[in-house]
Design a protein around this ligand. Structure first.
Ligand code: NAD
Ligand code: IPM
Ligand code: MN
Length: 361
């Protein structure tokens, strides 16, 4: 198979972990006889430094002409006080919107070897297998107006939570379809006791559910869902929610898996190229130290193979390799519980070795 993959490394640890994921994909290409071409593009702070904008037009063109996009992370202290439209994060939001990647899949699975790395007790997290389906191109992130205003003679501010029915419907359909391939349960998370947007969300969920009789739908308020994720995380199969709620709940859920450095994601469009990125950010506190956990990025590369190229055996190979190095005891510092840890590069190296190891008969 011949494919072009756009690589947007971004800032901070985004660069370090994406480099690892690219190396893993190169080894997969080699082993399974594929041709992957990697084309690099600028995004985030680095793009601001070099071209004055967080998402240059060439990057958009590159992504639109690619078969899939592997993204690192954007942002950092250096760009925190510049005008909002020029912030690195705007580059990320813009590429999501340009490519219409509305369905952000954030699988939360707990590796058996890491069940003791979570701050929660082993019996709560062992066997957790939940798919967070986060709406990614609407809601508060993109609502207009979003600005400073003057009200009653003082400074005030407005952000707008806006959704079209069609936008709500398509993300719910993604969730129901996902549940059909999994354990047949959808938890739709909202704040319908307060927000009109959530009341429409609930209405649409009920309607969509009629087309999926094999799937069981429940509604849960977001505050209760945040609590349930800790009290009984195994309750969840597919959890679908709007943009901001999904952002918050997925970082929370990462602690079930032991670290934010473990959680991959896929941002899918209905047609066109999709984006694959770790859930974590640029981690300025550990950037440049060869310390970041590359597993979230590497598992995102596995999701790329699975969802964009239908290469299931290859994706399995990566996931098995990750599982096996964790079982062998390799840990980056975020999952090492203060015990001995390995660098980013070393973790990538042992994962690659596990991919290359001859298959036992
Ligand atoms: P963060 O996700 O970058 O880091 C939160 C904490 O998790 C930090 O302590 C960090 O060291 C740790 N962490 C994150 N990834 C890790 C990894 N791979 N291995 C080990 N530890 C890891 O969130 P933040 O500190 O709130 O934000 C930093 C910057 O990143 C901000 O500018 C923010 O806007 C940006 N951000 C970008 C993305 C993205 O590009 N997708 C996502 C989240 C945050
Ligand atoms: C994420 C990040 C982004 C988001 C930020 C950096 C805009 O936190 O991918 O989860 O909120 O979507
Ligand atoms: Mn986030």
């Amino acid at each position: 198979m011949k494919k072009t993959i756009a690589v947007l490394q971004g800032d901070g640890v985004g660069k370090e972990v994406t480099a690892g994921a690219v190396n893993v994909l190169k080894v997969i290409a080699d082993r399974f006889d594929h041709e992957f071409h990697f084309e690099y593009g600028l995004i985030g702070g680095e793009a601001i430094d070099q071209q004055g904008v967080p998402l240059p037009d060439e990057t958009i063109t590159l992504c639109k002409n690619s078969d899939a996009i592997l993204l690192g992370a954007v942002g950092g202290e250096k760009w925190n006080s510049i005008p909002r439209h020029l912030r690195p994060e705007q580059g990320l939001l813009k590429i999501r919107k340009e490519l219409d990647v509305y369905a952000n899949l954030r699988p939360v699975t707990v590796q058996g070897a890491l069940a003791d790395s979570s701050p929660l007790k082993r019996e709560y997290v062992e066997g957790v297998d939940c798919m967070i389906v986060r709406e990614l191109t609407g809601g508060l992130y993109f609502g207009r107006p979003s600005e400073r205003v003057e009200r009653d003679g003082e400074e005030a501010v407005v952000d707008t939570l806006f959704y079209k029915r069609s936008e709500i419907e398509r993300i719910l359909r993604s969730a129901f379809e996902m549940a059909q391939k999994r354990n047949g349960r959808v938890t739709s998370v909202d704040k319908a006791n307060v927000l009109e947007s959530s009341r429409l969300w609930r209405e649409v969920a009920e309607e969509v559910a009629k087309d999926y009789e094999d799937v069981k739908l429940e509604h849960m308020l977001v505050d209760a869902a945040a609590m349930q994720l800790i009290r009984n995380p195994k309750h969840f199969d597919v959890l679908v929610t709007e943009n901001l709620f999904g952002d918050i709940l997925s970082d929370e859920a990462s602690m079930l898996a032991g670290s934010l450095g473990m959680l991959p994601s896929a941002s899918l469009s209905s047609d066109g190229a999709s984006i694959y990125e770790p859930v974590h950010g640029s981690a300025p506190d550990i950037a440049g130290q060869n310390k970041a956990n590359p597993i979230a990025a590497i598992l995102s590369a596995a999701m790329l193979l699975r969802h964009s190229f239908d290469l299931h055996q290859e994706a399995d190979k990566i996931e098995d390799a990750v599982e096996s190095v964790l079982a062998q005891g390799y840990r980056t510092s975020d999952i090492a519980d203060g015990e001995e840890s390995v660098s980013t590069d070393k973790m990538v190296e042992v994962i690659i070795e596990a991919i290359q190891a001859p298959v036992a008969n």
